[in-house]
Ligand binder design. Sequence first.
Ligand SMILES: *Cc1c(COP(=O)(O)O)cnc(C)c1O
Length: 426
Amino acid sequence: MFDKSITAYEEAKKVIPGGVDSPVRAFKSVGGTPPFIQKGEGAYLYDIDGNKYLDFVQSWGPLIFGHCDKDIEQAVIATAKNGLSFGAPTILETELANEIVEMYDNIDKVRFVSSGTEAVMSAIRLARGVTSKNDIVKFEGCYHGHSDSLLVQAGSGMATFGSPSSPGVPADLTKHTLLCEYNNIENLRKCFKDSSDIACIIIEPIAGNMGLVPATQEFLDECRKLCDENGALLIFDEVMSGFRASLTGAHGVVNTKADIVTFGKVIGAGMPVGAFASSKEIMGHLSPDGAVYQAGTLSGNPVAMAAGLVSLRKLKANKEIYETLSLKALRLVNGLKEVATKNGINLQVNTRGSMFGFFFCDKEPKNFKEVGTCDFAKFGKFHNEMLKKGFYFACSQYEAGFISTVITDEMIDECINAANEVMSNL
Ligand SMILES: *Cc1c(COP(=O)(O)O)cnc(C)c1O
């Protein structure tokens, strides 16, 4: 049933490293061949072998209205007809910035870029520029894109100073990244004892890149407090949670305000977009107003802006969407939990708005290490069998899942029934 994808994968591997343009797509952690996608339509993906899947990945988050939403599609086509890029200002950028500014009372200005990676990288430069400090605090298991100083893992010696997690990243760059355990207040305090040169904390307030692991309110309070006491800035990486966890992202569900917020995914509705945003004082440091340099040939691309604009306006005009999405996410994970229990399997589940996660383990993981104790083999089998039954889940236990507005209760119930069959044989 995957014959054409298997051939396509072989062909791809000849000219593209690993056959993919982003490593997770290669299905390494679950095994098997990634289906090559022909098209998306509403809640479904279709691969080149003609298989149809209910899509819980949503291009890793951006497609909150599912595939080929008519309003977004029309806006993209109409805008594209006027030219794909100008490298000059358009009104669309101001309009999209206004939509974001209106939603967040801690944001006055937004700078658009072309990816989440760029957004975070630029936000960190801005934080360093504003504070005139060098170190950054990052948490294990949070993903902030693939820029050099963020590709760190726990070093062997001093606990807090990270070492490169990829060849090609000089240790000279990661030595400024202090690595901390997520949801571990003591550990975080130690970072601030170890260094008086901390420019910022960068955190996914709702971590979605080690599976779904939300930060506790207590932990976020401590992040805020330590930043305030030490003249550091707090960056919320909302590339995933922005306009996903709620209409105001994580800010809508936690009681902590960040100094800088990064966006991506949903604000581009499937087009390549990222953004970082802050108060006018902090953004005033950014060129051309200030001295912190940042630029991009395709930044604020009109087609991407048009897609994001329609998407955000639709979300704002239909705020009840978030309640509906949350309920659907809960229906899914509660259903999965129920059939797991019935089949004697320990499954930990969680949701935040339209984001959901499940772990094959005995207790809910609170940090990266605990996620590492989950049963990855079981997850892999579950993933493979669900795929064969037409349910497309993220191909790694370290990824979150997403509900889109076009996923119905009936579709979710079909998924739970399929999961019941799969789990009875796990
Ligand atoms: C996806 C993601 C990024 C990176 O965004 P890209 O567009 O893939 O570069 C950064 N931070 C978080 C929290 C993300 O989920």
